[in-house]
Design a protein around this ligand. Structure first.
Ligand code: SF4
Length: 489
């Protein structure tokens, strides 16, 4: 099956929707030969036209050119994508759960439409009719938007920001990972100079935030795997954070304890002692076989032990990540993992769908999507979370996610991860420290945004650290301008 799109400036939207039905079909630049299996979408001078041909049979669909967007119509890109989607939905009998919606933040769309004064009925039509979202998925997006509203009010107060600190080291590389993360065995000598720079950058962020009159709202230490640091290095980093900021005024302080193969009782105690209010211990699966498939060097029992140590250290707000669609997993296996996570009774359980990123080993080694079990059926098991008293509180989608599905954070009432909501809904400034860090400056209620990037790799970050500090001065400059615009109006 080939995909052939012609007559449009950009065929991206059509291609994306065709891949909901034929995930691995290649795009061709020349018209398919007579009789060859293909999806053909074409904008002609007088109409839109689409055809699917498979196994010697074919079906076509056509529609008039849309009226211009300014007159209430659609772009030709969306109109052709929509025509092709409808054709493929009827041809295959497949009903994609998110319909024609390609955006990664459906919850944000609900917030935006409400802010723009749309009625609930208009928003319902937008999701259910225009985009053909399933009532279940839309219902979840809407419920999450309702739950987030009061939390977003806190996080979007003017000049509020969150601090992100990145630790790009891991004890081994997971097969699905495309993140820039150094192998601890190979790059251990980089860790101490990295932590030294990181502490200086945290101090610089405090200075810049003070100059700009910003107020810290939440802190997130993520990775990689933050517990790749030794207990002494964690003390150094978290001690710097404690010295720089008044932790009594923030709403949340999360540390990703991540993997049990480098997290121990001492590190868990340090994390607690230095003020973290929330941690993540991420099993991804409780199957030893699947853990081996993804390149983890620990067992499910290690996760259970780590969780018990975290509780013993006094951690009372714990998140656990699971991933649906891991290689070698099954619907039954995923359900078992989910039941095991629920039995542990953490405050948060985040269910991700596997994403096939180009830089990951899974994709490089060319495993086919068909090798993966039915991910949609796995996600349907999440009703178990609802039955156990969890409710969804944040949701996002990524490109190249199996079956175009979503990632959802579930929590017990009152345990919403604030930082997750803030970063996903882009309502506040995030100041980032560390390699690969992306600082996002937000002002004028989200109307003005700017990004400042750190170097991607730890070696560059350490060697060119002066430049990292220099770039951070852009924070105060951005807010100087902000003051100017506020007072000039
Ligand atoms: S722990 Fe996370 S960052 Fe590290 S290799 Fe695995 S997926 Fe990548």
């Amino acid at each position: 099956m080939n995909i052939y799109i012609t007559g449009l400036g950009s065929g991206y939207e059509v291609e994306h929707l065709v891949r909901l039905f034929y995930p691995m079909a290649p795009l061709t630049l020349t018209p398919p030969e007579d009789g060859a299996d293909c999806v053909w979408a074409e904008k002609r001078p007088d109409k839109l036209w689409a055809m699917v041909r498979q196994g010697g049979k074919s079906r076509t669909a056509e529609a008039p050119l849309p009226i211009p967007v300014e007159e209430g119509g659609e772009t030709p890109e969306f109109a052709l994508a929509s025509l092709t989607y409808d054709l493929l939905r009827s041809w295959t009998g497949i009903r994609p759960p998110w319909g024609k919606m390609t955006g990664v933040r459906p919850v944000r769309l609900v917030h935006d439409k409400r802010a723009a004064g749309w009625t609930e009925e208009e928003i319902d039509d937008f999701f259910l009719k225009r985009f053909d979202c399933s009532p279940e998925k839309y219902g979840m997006a809407k419920a999450i938007a309702d739950l987030q509203e009061p939390i977003l009010k806190v996080g979007s107060a003017p000049k509020t920001y969150s601090l992100y600190i990145g630790i790009p080291f891991c004890p081994s590389r997971c097969s699905y990972c495309s993140f820039v993360s150094c192998n601890l065995d190979r790059d251990r000598k980089l860790v101490q100079p990295y932590v030294d720079c990181l502490c200086r950058e945290v101090e610089a962020i405090r200075d810049e935030a003070d100059k700009a009159g910003l107020m810290l709202c939440s802190i997130y230490i993520g990775g990689g795997t933050p517990t790749s640091l030794s207990a002494a290095q964690l003390r150094q980093l978290m001690g710097t954070v404690r010295d720089c900021f008044d932790l009594s005024t923030i709403v949340e302080y999360t540390v990703e304890a991540g993997r049990p193969d480098c997290t121990d009782a001492e590190k868990l105690a340090v994390i607690r002692e230095y003020g973290a209010t929330r941690i993540s211990i991420n099993p991804q699966t409780f199957s030893d076989e699947v853990l081996k498939n993804i390149g983890r060097r620990h067992s499910a029992q290690d996760i259970l032990d780590c969780y018990a140590e975290a509780r013993a250290a006094g951690h009372d707000d714990i998140n656990m990540d699971l991933i649906a669609g891991l290689p070698g997993d099954t619907v039954e296996g995923f359900e078992k993992s989910l039941r095991q996570a629920i039995a542990l009774d953490p405050e948060n359980i985040t269910v991700h769908t596997l994403t096939l990123k180009r830089a990951s080993r899974i994709v490089i080694e060319d495993q086919k999507e068909n090798d993966y079990a039915d991910v949609a059926a796995m996600l349907e098991k999440c009703h178990l979370l609802a039955e156990a008293g969890y409710r969804p509180y944040y949701l996002y989608r990524q490109k190249n996610t199996l079956q175009n599905l979503e990632n959802v954070g579930w929590c017990k009432p009152g345990h919403e991860g604030y930082y997750n909501i803030y970063i996903m809904e882009e309502v506040q400034t995030i100041l980032s420290a560390g390699a690969g860090g992306s600082t996002k400056l937000v002002a004028d209620g989200g109307k003005r945004m700017q990004r400042i990037f750190n170097f991607k790799y730890p070696t560059e970050y350490i060697q060119r650290f002066d430049e990292v500090l220099e770039r951070k001065k852009g924070v105060a400059v951005f807010y100087d301008h902000d003051l100017g615009t506020e007072t000039s109006g």
